[in-house]
Design a binder for this molecule. Structure first.
Ligand SMILES: [Zn+2]
Ligand SMILES: [Zn+2]
Length: 365
């Protein structure tokens, strides 16, 4: 946010690779690295990603491990997979990473066959209780969950979690990821009591084992916050949502996908609390930055567009809400299909809005 940075010291903007400045080309912040490693030339980064022999250079920063989540990641990982297939040496790792990239970028249908292939190969070569197989089961669950198929995702999450508790114990990071995943799913299903137990377990152990500023701990804080909000306990939810957003802004910056999740969540919470004036700038920030960083067709961008529409509708600005609702519905139909829960929710929202507007016209006439 511009205002908070106004009083700060001017930052030294130099490329972490060549030490050049903006005169040599545009500087970008591609990952969660901070301090003097924050900036890199767009062209220096692209050359590094295309030519480095580091296995992860194509898709994530080797320092902070943050993923770039862009078209170049998909291009380079797809090329790697094609090369591996040509040599008949397809690796589970490449399948998994490419599937996760596609999923994170909203390309669910392209991700699914790769996810299933990774799981199949993993089961056959490593066995059904291997760490990597369990991670693949979880990945497929997460994809099916994102596609709106909660019924298919739940048994996968439960299977992975059960075996991880048995083989890795209750405090292993992978077990905690599964606990968090199942908690999120149960929350979406409306089983809030069961979800709360899991979300609290994951958060408690992550605070103890990873500390309060680790990305996974922050995900758990945000998760418990949205759960308590869904339960109607806004007073307990608000400090958690604020904590997650504050630490994510500090540690990941204002444009990171996780920070945007938090902006979106706190905006929704303030809306639910009835503080529309405080909610609006957050909702607008989420739409704006997600449009810029994820594009106009990404599921998360559409969630934010829809949320802003709902906020404007609550403010009584129906005319401003309508194009947002229409945009969300149209693109959800195209990208998620007619039967996805979010598409159905969009259709209901637009229907109710048009009815409101019709009512107004009648009253005014
Ligand atoms: Zn450079
Ligand atoms: Zn980094």
């Amino acid at each position: 946010m511009d205002q908070s940075e106004e009083g700060a010291e001017p930052e030294e903007m130099t490329c972490r690779l060549c030490w050049g400045d903006e005169d040599d080309g545009p500087l970008v912040q591609p990952c969660a690295c901070r301090g003097s490693a924050k900036f890199i030339h767009k062209h220096c980064l692209e050359r590094w990603r295309r030519t480095s022999t580091n296995e992860d250079a194509a898709w994530r920063c080797g320092q902070c491990m943050d993923k770039y989540r862009d078209a170049l990641s998909i291009e380079l990982l797809s090329a790697r997979l094609r090369a591996e297939r040509a040599r008949e040496q397809t690796s589970i790792f490449t399948l998994d990473i490419l599937a996760q990239e596609l999923q994170a970028q909203g390309k669910y249908d392209e991700a699914e066959p790769l996810c299933r292939e990774a799981l199949e190969v993993s089961r056959e070569t490593l066995g059904s209780r291997h760490l990597s197989t369990l991670a693949s089961i979880n990945n497929l669950g997460t994809l099916l969950y994102a596609k709106g198929d909660l019924a298919a995702a739940e048994p996968l999450y439960r299977k992975a979690l059960k075996v991880q508790r048995e083989t890795l114990g209750n405090r292993h990071p992978n077990t905690l990821t599964s606990i968090n995943n199942l908690g999120t799913l149960l929350k979406a299903k409306g089983d809030l009591a069961a979800a709360e137990l899991l979300c609290r377990e994951a958060l408690e152990v992550r605070r103890e084992t990873l500390g309060n500023r680790h990305p996974d701990t922050l995900a758990s804080i945000d998760n418990l916050g949205t759960l308590l909000r869904a339960k109607g306990d806004i007073a307990a939810a608000e400090p958690l949502s604020r904590e997650a957003l504050e630490v994510r802004r500090e540690t990941l910056g204002n444009r990171h996908p996780n920070t945007l999740d938090s902006i979106n969540n706190l905006g929704g919470l303030l809306h639910a609390k009835g503080d529309l004036a405080a909610a609006e700038p957050l909702c607008r920030e989420a739409v704006e930055v997600r449009r810029e960083t994820l594009g106009n067709r990404h599921p998360n961008t559409l969630n934010s567009i829809n949320n802003l529409g709902t906020l404007l509708r609550a403010k009584g600005d129906l005319a401003a809400a309508e194009p947002l609702y229409r945009e969300a519905l149209e693109v959800r139909r195209e990208t998620l299909g007619d039967q996805h829960p979010r598409t159905l929710a969009s259709r209901n929202s637009l229907g109710a809005l048009l009815q409101n507007m019709g009512d107004l016209t009648v009253t005014e006439g």
